[in-house]
Write a protein that binds this ligand. Structure first.
Ligand code: UD1
Ligand code: UDP
Length: 381
């Protein structure tokens, strides 16, 4: 089968890494980068480090309002779908690139496959919630990471086409954890010691674009006695400048975004992580690092129920208490599959496309060991 995969933002490159490997075992993949993220540290670094194949098409859409950005992507993707005539379009997660791909595919001929379907924060003020709900409701193949995601869909009347595949980010981190421990020098570069610092990420619009919330988070992190390392998203850096609150970061090691292996190493070695990221909450769980989530709700509720994730919002006392209190956590349940989600997704998709006559990655074992080839990616995009 011929699959057009659409990526555009940082978390999608990481999700595409195991899936591209599994897909290319027996099928044809046309990889499209919308250009939603374009800084080297938010895009190219992942293609190089993970040897993700160079995109076949780069749309160069860039940053803009939601409507203009999504609209521009749709115009380009519609033309591309007509030219490439894929059997299926594959979209990941909940970004504007996801929604643009979903609308175009749903109105065209290809089947639409949503990876990481069924997640819900039930907070419609988040643009990502709108993107994921709309995408799910027009998808033909819905690959959900957990049983809970399946039941979220069922409660919205979506049962057909749903497969519980496990989580593709678990596939990725199983590969990355060991390599990061062997190769990443980031702890030494930053002068921090294993288990003795807090890692933080803040980029969610609801936090960065609200001065009170952003300032509360930064001042609280700044006041901790442990070192705090914060690889900052450009949106966050811009808002700190716009609000003139640079002094709120005085006690924080504010650094540029780091590559995936450095990030995994930092997360693995941290005493705890404070974050408003979706993916980082799960990765913290995978790496046994207690997570403090700077939001009022989460899509990844099972990490909270398991006792590994505390939802604290932006209340300074709650953040501080969660970051300095007892670190012991209950035994971890297995929540996100066995690290073979990519193969399961390829199998579900191949079945839906109607059996192309080729052996799927799951049957052949292709992609079960992710091994980037050196020198195959990272040239001009
Ligand atoms: C997007 C996703 C979010 C995801 C995040 C991953 C949507 C609605 N949101 O949010 O779900 O968690 O990506 O990181 O799609 N910018 C740069 N350089 C870049 C990219 C962006 O400077 O390479 C700046 C621009 O000023 C831009 C802002 O960051 O306006 C926000 O970028 P955008 O892609 O619109 O949203 P994210 O906050 O990154
Ligand atoms: N990440 C990274 N470098 C960083 C921050 C995050 O490689 O400086 C990775 C992280 O490991 C995770 C993904 O980016 O896999 C999460 O992306 P982000 O938080 O931007 O998006 P979200 O998951 O919230 O959509």
């Amino acid at each position: 089968m011929k699959v057009l995969s659409i990526v555009g933002a940082r978390p999608q490159f990481i999700k595409a890494f195991p899936l591209s490997a599994a897909l290319r075992g027996d099928h044809e993949e046309v990889l499209v980068h919308t250009g939603q993220h374009y800084d080297t540290g938010l895009s190219e670094v992942f293609f190089e480090e993970l040897a993700i194949p160079e995109p076949d098409h780069h749309l160069g859409v860039g940053s803009d309002t939601h409507g203009r950005q999504t609209g521009r992507m749709m115009i380009e993707l519609e033309a591309l779908c007509e030219r490439e005539s894929p059997d299926a379009v594959l979209v990941y997660g909940d970004t504007n690139s996801t929604l643009a791909g979903a609308i175009v595919a749903a109105k065209g001929d290809p089947l639409l496959c949503h990876v990481e379907a069924g997640l819900r924060s039930y907070n419609r003020a988040m643009p990502e919630e709108i993107n994921r709900v709309l995408t799910d409701h027009v998808s033909d193949v819905l690959c959900v990471p957990t049983e809970r995601a399946r039941s979220n869909l069922a409660s919205e009347g979506i049962a057909e086409g749903v497969s519980v595949t496990g989580d593709v980010m678990y596939d990725a981190i199983r590969w990355a954890r060991e390599r990061a421990a062997d190769t990443a020098e980031i702890l030494a570069e930053l002068g921090v010691s294993e288990g003795e610092y807090v890692l933080a990420t803040v980029h969610r619009a609801g936090n960065t674009d609200d001065r009170g919330r952003l300032e509360a988070i930064l001042r609280t992190l700044s006041g901790l006695s442990k070192p705090v390392v914060l690889p900052a998203h450009p949106r966050t850096v811009a808002r700190i400048e716009d609000f003139g609150i640079e002094d709120a970061t005085a006690g924080i090691r504010l650094i540029e975004p780091v590559g995936y292996l450095d990030f995994v190493r930092l997360l693995d070695g941290a005493d705890r992580v404070a974050t408003d990221s979706g993916g980082v909450q799960k990765e913290a769980f995978f790496l046994d690092t207690p997570c403090v989530t700077l939001r009022e709700e989460t899509e990844w509720v099972e990490t909270v129920e398991a006792g590994w994730n505390s939802l604290v919002g932006t209340d300074p006392e709650a953040i501080r208490a969660a970051l300095i209190g007892d670190r012991d956590r209950p035994p971890k349940p297995s929540l996100y599959g066995d690290g073979t989600a990519a193969e399961a997704i390829v199998a579900a998709l191949a079945e839906a496309v109607g059996g192309s006559g080729t052996e799927t990655g799951a049957e052949s074992g292709a992609g079960s060991e992710i091994e980037p080839e050196s020198g195959t990616a990272g040239e001009e995009r």
